[in-house]
Each structure stands twice: as C-alpha cells, then as structure tokens.
Design a protein around this ligand. Structure first.
Ligand SMILES: NC(=O)c1ccc[n+]([C@@H]2O[C@H](COP(=O)([O-])OP(=O)(O)OC[C@H]3O[C@@H](n4cnc5c(N)ncnc54)[C@H](OP(=O)(O)O)[C@@H]3O)[C@@H](O)[C@H]2O)c1
Length: 330
C-alpha cells in the first residue's frame, strides 16, 4: 500500500532550535543503531520509521556502521525512502556519521579526510541520497590533527553532501578545540551527540557550557540507558530485550540489584507524575531546555508511541528534581 503521511503529524511534537542555528529538531528523535539492520525484520523497521514520522519525528539518526551487518541500517533507510518517504525528503533531517571501523586497511576508520569523505560517499549511495542533513565525526581521532578532520567536514558542507556538521563523543576540551576550528573555517558546529541520561551525566561537567559558548545544540543518545530506565527489567530479563540479546553494549551484568533499586524508586516518582519511567527519563533529559533532542532507540512501534507521549508532561517541580537527585546519588 502506498504510504500517506498523517495529516496531523505536526500537531503534538515539540521542535527545539539546535543551539543558535536556524535548524529545529524534534524533542524526540529516532536512532537506527539497533533493530534496523539486515538481521532484523524489514517490515518492523519500516513500521517504526513511518509511525515515527506520523508522530512528528522528523529526525532519523544513522551511522555508516549501524546494522549488523555494518551499512545495513543505511540500506534499510534507503529502501524506505524509496518506497514511502521520498515525497517527504524536505520534511526530514537525516544524519549519518563516520569514525568507527568500517573497512579493511588504513583508510577504513577514525578521522582522516580520506576516510570521512569516502565513507560519506558510501553512505549516500546506500541511502540513495544526494545529501545528508547532518554529518558527524563519530569520535575524535588521537592520531589525526583536528584541523584535518574539521577541514574535511567543512569541505563536505561546501561540496553540498551535507547541510550541517556535528561531533560525537568528543570531550568538552576536544569540542572546544574542534568547534573553534570549524568556526574559523566558516562552518559552525551545529550539534554535539553525547551519551546522556539519569545514569550518565558527564556532559554536565563542562561540555554543556562549551556548547552554549559556541551556540551549538546537543542531541542526547541512550537517554533510556538502553532500556534500563524503563520498567522492562524490574521483574527479570525479558527474552526479547536488548540485554537478553547479542548486544555487546548491554548485558545482564549491567543490571545490578543496586540499579534495580534505583529504577524502582524512580518509577514511584514517575507514577506519581502520571508517567511511565521511560517517559519521565526522557522528560528529565529535556528539562531546562539545554538538550535539543532526546535520541531514542526502539524495538517496536508501541515504545515510540509511549516515548513521544512523554511530551505531555515535561515540567518538574523542584521537589521532584530533589527526590530524583537523592536517588541518583545513592
Ligand atoms: N554517537 C554514538 O556514539 C552513539 C552511541 C549509541 C547510540 N547512539 C544513537 O542513539 C540512538 C539511541 O540509542 P539507544 O537505542 O541505546 O537508546 P535508548 O533510548 O537509551 O534505548 C533504546 C532501547 O530501550 C528499549 N526501550 C525504548 N523505549 C522503551 C519503552 N518505552 N519501554 C521499554 N523499553 C523501551 C528498547 O530496547 P529493547 O530492544 O530491549 O526493547 C530500545 O531499543 C541510537 O539508535 C543511535 O542513533 C549514538
């Protein structure tokens, strides 16, 4: 059946400006790191993308290596763009990245000009696109001068293959250096993509101030701590969860009794707010307006629906924030 986007897709979503740029991103964006690869069901991935767009999620985040196998999430995006979303290209913000291992030899990872430009060309081919909206350096390269990596990002924008550039996994100091170079080249840093959640707050110690100084936005990845900040692990490990699967990034050892105690207490606060824990965890990441977008993952449509409904209550009383602080500090 031919997909027709919902006529009410812009009714409920909130859009936040990325730093001092002209670009607005949805408060909740969808990442394609897990569950959109060649080993996953195409129809489930397609359904999640289309339902997201119908809910006002205009931003989809990819990287060259998302799959598995690497590259296959971009291929899925390419197929769905072709079959369903082509008519809506101007309503979409599609990002991809290069930095992690992608192919054999000395040019298949990190931050050289050679790797970044070749990798983006491959990504565009896999997605059937002429340009991406945001292209990221996925991680800082200790052996390539930042000048070279930033000049490559600048050339990419000038060549029309990306509209904006971002950094991911750079520390506050590295971001300061890289953003200064980008500024001097005339291609300002649009956005930083760091990890951030109630269980992982490193960006509060400096990175957020650097981004404010440069007028850059931020998009928080793993805002649900890969599913820990939901009710899913409270009474055991469901067989269809990420922790029970083959992910190298979350396994049963990460789900300690200490964490579960915190999760149960946080859940009580969420319930008193009339939210699920996932919804409160997303509202918390977005509190105070310092984070442009919470970048969620999902394994099924119902999770996306639940997570977007977090936007119905983004306000916290100071008492609620204090109670959350006490639980997180334990
Ligand atoms: N730049 C980087 O280096 C980097 C690194 C990591 C991620 N990212 C980006 O961030 C995106 C999100 O990462 P993430 O998937 O780890 O984010 P996350 O939102 O913290 O975790 C998503 C997972 O939590 C579970 N979940 C989501 N909503 C739920 C709900 N309402 N109830 C119960 N469980 C729920 C699902 O896991 P189940 O499979 O268990 O259902 C889902 O796959 C990635 O796709 C990628 O775009 C970037």
């Amino acid at each position: 059946m031919v997909y027709q986007a919902s006529a009410t897709r812009y009714a409920e979503m909130k859009y936040n400006r990325s730093g001092r740029s002209g670009l607005k991103l949805p408060a909740i964006s969808l990442g394609m790191w897990h569950n959109f690869g060649g080993l996953d069901l195409h129809e489930n991935g397609r359904a999640m993308l289309l339902r997201s767009f119908d809910l006002g999620i205009t931003h989809f985040d990819l990287a060259n290596n998302y799959g598995p196998p690497p590259g296959s999430a971009e291929e899925l995006m390419g197929r769905v763009l072709k079959s369903d979303l082509a008519a809506y290209r101007d309503e979409l913000i599609i990002s991809t990245k290069a930095g992690y291992y992608m192919w054999e030899g000395p040019y298949g990872e990190w931050g050289s000009r050679k790797y970044l430009i070749s990798s983006l060309d491959q990504s565009l081919k896999r997605m059937g696109l002429e340009y991406v909206d945001i292209f990221y350096s996925h991680r800082p390269d200790p052996n390539t001068p930042f000048e070279e990596t930033m000049q490559a990002l600048d050339s990419i924008v000038r060549s029309g293959k990306a509209l904006y550039v971002g950094l991911s996994n750079y520390t506050a100091e590295q971001t300061k250096e890289a953003a200064s170079i980008l500024k001097s080249l005339g291609t300002p840093l649009l956005i930083h993509q760091p990890s951030y959640s109630m269980f992982n707050r490193w960006i509060e110690d400096g990175l957020q101030d650097v981004l404010d100084d440069f007028g850059a936005g931020s998009i928080a990845f793993c805002p649900l701590a890969q599913g820990l900040l939901t009710n899913k692990y409270v009474s055991g490990i469901p067989t269809d969860s990420r922790a029970a699967g083959k992910s190298a990034f979350l396994n049963t050892k990460d789900i300690t009794e200490e964490k579960l105690n915190q999760i149960r207490q946080l859940n009580e606060i969420a319930v008193s707010r009339g939210q699920s824990l996932a919804q409160m965890a997303l509202a918390w990441v977005l509190r105070g307006g310092r984070v442009t977008s919470a970048l969620i993952g999902a394994s099924r449509v119902s999770q996306i629906e639940e997570n977007v409904a977090a936007l119905k209550n983004l306000e916290f009383s100071s008492e609620e924030l204090d109670r959350i602080e006490k639980i997180l500090k334990k």
